[in-house]
Design a protein around this ligand. Structure first.
Ligand code: ATP
Length: 309
């Protein structure tokens, strides 16, 4: 395990009767891309704003790059970059002017030209921020967060409202940050984004972390049953052992579940080859991160409803 970029223990924050954060423990290593997932109102923004030093906590321990933001905000601020949901750019300044202005506020900025290239805005350096597309504005925001050469970046829903192309480009840009050795704390509602980018994810609900792991192992996902699905072949009865395992699915679709799909697939495809039967639409899938996430949230909601009654 590397050094911790972020360490949080027993973090709590209430707004009147609302326990926005109710005992969060978190450790993010230097160089990790970490995604915080959770439904609206789960406590993500409150947690992140405490780490950034915008919000004071009620209880718990917090270390951001070794400093407590509540007592040493300048120490934290000098080494973090923040990309909030609203753009930080002045619409009347060009990309380059804006980046130079922000660079001027840091003691050791990264070279402005390099940062503009890094976010893929080289051809737009003389364009006013207000004339950039939504995706390009987001890139400019990342450039402005990077220009102070921070060690840790907070990205709040970095691709909301992007078209699929812009999203892919933004993902490539975040991966670029990894090669620079930056630590990234990302909040997102897109599970494919977390799957693509994050080394680790945590799911927060009701102010607590209810699951944590890599995108592939979250909520025991790696061990979850695989599903084999194909269109029911016409004019050929499935072998008994396969027919017996088929569970209800859409009409004309055969669905099988198996902890280890290999023997079942072997039997199925062997039979199809022998009989000359096509297995149209054959697919083998494990639950997606999205399904796992929704299941975790539903289970947590049911447990809390049960506890409250
Ligand atoms: P979203 O995905 O919608 O951005 P979130 O996970 O970021 O949600 P938070 O913004 O941290 O959630 O909110 C957690 C809870 O705290 C919510 O119930 C919210 O209404 C409440 N809350 C947040 N900020 C304040 C505030 N300044 N005053 C009162 N209540 C607040």
């Amino acid at each position: 395990m590397g050094d911790a970029a972020i360490e949080v223990k027993g973090l709590a924050k209430a707004y009147g009767p609302v326990r926005a954060v109710a005992g969060v423990d978190l450790r993010i290593d230097e160089g990790e891309i970490f995604a915080l997932l959770g439904p609206n109102g789960a406590g993500k923004t409150t947690t992140v704003e405490i780490l950034e030093g915008f919000t004071m906590r009620d209880a718990g321990e917090v270390r951001v790059l070794g400093h407590d933001p509540a007592t040493n905000l300048p120490g934290v601020k000098a080494r973090i970059g923040i990309v909030a949901q609203e753009t930080a750019a002045d619409p009347f300044l060009t990309v380059e002017e804006m980046a130079r202005m922000i660079a001027g506020t840091y003691p050791k900025p990264r070279p402005v030209d390099e940062v503009i290239e890094l976010v893929g805005l080289g051809e737009k350096r003389r364009t006013r921020a207000g004339r950039l597309s939504g995706g390009q504005q987001r890139r400019l925001d990342v450039a402005l967060a990077l220009v102070g050469d921070p060690d840790l970046l907070f990205l709040d829903e970095p691709t909301t409202g992007f078209d699929p192309d812009a999203r892919l480009e933004a993902w490539a840009m975040v991966r670029n940050l990894r090669t620079l050795g930056k630590t990234v704390l990302l909040t997102t509602h897109y599970m494919d984004e977390a799957q693509q980018l994050a080394d680790r994810v945590a799911v927060i609900a009701g102010g607590r972390i209810i699951a944590e792991g890599t995108p592939d192992t979250l909520g025991n996902r790696a061990a979850a049953a695989s599903r084999i699905r194909f269109r029911r072949p016409e004019g050929a009865a499935l072998p008994d052992e396969i027919a017996a395992r088929a569970v209800d699915a859409a009409p004309g679709i055969v669905l099988l579940q198996a902890d280890d799909p290999v023997p079942l697939l072997n039997r199925l495809t062997g039979w199809a080859m022998e009989q000359g039967v096509a297995l149209d639409g054959l697919e083998v899938v494990r639950p997606s991160l999205e399904e796992t996430y929704l299941e975790l949230i539903a289970r947590d909601g049911a447990a809390r409803a049960g506890g409250a009654s």
